[in-house]
Ligand binder design. Structure first.
Ligand code: SF4
Length: 518
């Protein structure tokens, strides 16, 4: 069943084979003259641009309540532009240019290379003068023209960070394409973007919007492997590499196939993503991307095939969205659900867990934990609540889980104090804090996000990891006992050192004076 405004996507054109081409060297793609000197000493110590305030943290620890957000009045996560930067850097034949303060660009490129980007990031620097005179926009436009080689690129993504966005550098005025290379300009400021997951949504929607308009004009490139002979379900949200395959195995009995994962790895996949029977919003934070799919007349389904209940409900929803006969859906459930139930029964989690994350998949992981037998009293995500997370939230709340959207570090600390978990799953500062309290803990991003989640492959995968981590408690107790008292005493002033240092400074001053006179 199609909505009235369904836009057909004609992917008949075969298209030439695309290759990533040689890695370009574009460090500074336009000059900005002398950068202004910054008096570092004049900058007061304080939290980073996305950290919670020091006062709020102290208040929380000392039981005086908490402030809900960072100085940017946004969740306390990494710079959100990292999300869109990562999406662009993963795409074939796509160049990326950042425009922002040098320190921000340094941090972003460092982190992207830390995560193995292996691509050059273009940078257009600025000074106060180029910013206020509009020269910066001209520098960006020059950089785009310099890079736009259709032999190497399908698209160039230009990202305004905090300062150029605040100054209103108008990326919308960039040419839509140069030499046939698409130019996509996005603003991803820390003060206007919640999390790095939501920044992926900004870039994903900008690209999908362009691809949709291109498809409306006429035939577009077919997918690299050709079109599927069955209706496809586009998958929304980055996931473990085997998960699209696992989801495909769940869709096959319905006569459907797994379509591309959005954000895509190549421009032409955007057309194939639009050319689908339905969209599965596996990660519910992609609201702008969903608007693009809805504008193309596609039906969007929330939640995901996670655990027993989640898989059953998801198969029903996908069947409805794609017009699959009820009897076929029931037959698929009869075939697919018993092995999931068996896998969950054979891999039980024993212990109390609290979980904190900012990826957008937290509620799905929580469902799997609960179905695996974990006692999960508290789940916190830095992402916002959307209508696409409602089904998962309701399922969790019905099982006694407190679900905290836009959770803060301070709230998470309070949760640890209140629930005293056997295991804390969380972000870097949370894991550090939990470990310092002698609580076993694991990173959400590095460990949980790298496991299969869906169908029978996902059921039971968490248990081994969770039980092993919980089993580390005696080691934490041993370490806590060994280091007991270290760093907890009142600061030892050592006045004799202070006096000796004073005398040395005075002697040096005296010597300098003598040299001046001499
Ligand atoms: S771009 Fe904004 S949010 Fe990102 S590091 Fe710079 S100041 Fe912070």
């Amino acid at each position: 069943m199609r909505a009235a405004s369904y836009v057909p996507i004609d992917t008949a054109r075969g298209g030439e084979p695309a290759s990533a081409g040689p890695t370009p060297r574009v460090d500074v793609v336009a000059g900005a003259g002398d950068l202004p000197r910054v008096d570092v000493a004049a900058i007061p110590d304080g939290p980073g641009c996305r950290a919670g305030s020091v006062e709020a943290f102290r208040d929380s620890v000392e039981g005086r309540g908490h402030a809900p957000s960072s100085p940017h009045d946004q969740p306390q996560t990494m710079c959100p532009a990292f999300g869109s930067l990562r999406v662009g850097l993963r795409m074939r034949r796509t160049a990326t240019i950042l425009c922002g303060s040098a320190c921000c660009v340094y941090g972003l490129t460092f982190t992207s290379h830390f995560y193995g980007a292996r691509r050059t990031v273009g940078y257009v620097p600025f000074s106060s003068e180029t910013l206020v005179t509009g020269k910066l926009f001209e520098d960006i436009r020059d950089a785009v023209h310099q890079l736009a080689d259709p032999a190497q690129y399908d698209a160039i993504i230009v990202t305004n960070l905090c300062v150029p966005t605040a100054a209103g550098v108008p990326l919308r005025l960039l040419p839509k394409q140069v030499n046939g290379v698409r130019v996509i300009g996005i603003d991803v400021p820390g003060f206007g973007t919640g999390t790095h997951a939501e920044a992926k949504d900004i870039l994903g929607a900008a690209m999908l919007n362009r691809a949709r308009h291109e498809a409306e004009q006429g035939p577009v490139q077919a997918p690299r492997g050709g079109r599927s002979d069955r209706p496809t379900v586009t998958l929304l949200g980055e996931m473990f590499p085997a998960d699209p395959v696992n989801i495909g195995m769940l869709l096959a009995p319905l006569g459907l196939a797994a379509g591309p994962v959005v954000p895509t790895r190549e421009w032409r996949e955007l057309y194939a993503a639009l050319d689908c029977g339905a969209v599965a919003a596996i990660h519910p934070i992609y609201t702008s991307v969903i608007r693009e799919f809805e504008a193309a007349g596609r039906t969007v389904v929330g939640s995901a095939p996670v655990g027993y209940d989640g898989t059953a409900a998801w198969l029903d929803s996908i069947g409805d969205a794609c017009g699959v006969a009820r009897v076929t859906v029931e037959a698929a459930k009869n075939k697919l659900l018993p092995p999931i139930r068996a896998a969950l029964a054979n891999a039980r989690i024993r212990g109390r867990i609290t979980m904190f994350g900012y990826e957008g998949s937290e509620l799905l992981v929580a469902r799997l934990l609960v179905e695996s037998g974990a006692d999960l009293p508290y789940l916190s995500t830095a992402c916002p609540r959307t209508r696409w997370s409602d089904a998962d939230r309701e399922w969790l709340e019905a099982r006694g889980v407190k679900v905290q959207f836009r959770g803060t570090h301070e709230q998470d600390l309070e949760a640890i104090a209140e629930y005293k978990p056997d295991l804390a799953i969380g972000t870097t500062p949370m894991v550090q804090k939990a470990k310092s309290l002698g609580i076993p803990s694991i990173y959400f991003t590095n460990l949980i996000s790298t496991l299969p989640m869906f169908g029978v492959a996902g059921a039971g995968t968490l248990a081994k990891l969770m039980n092993a981590a919980i089993g580390n408690k005696p080691r934490f107790d041993k370490m806590s006992a060994f280091f007991a008292g270290v760093g907890e005493d009142a600061e030892d002033e050592r006045p004799e050192f202070r006096e000796a240092y004073k005398r040395r400074i005075a002697a040096q001053a005296k010597q300098r004076k003598a040299e001046e006179i001499g």
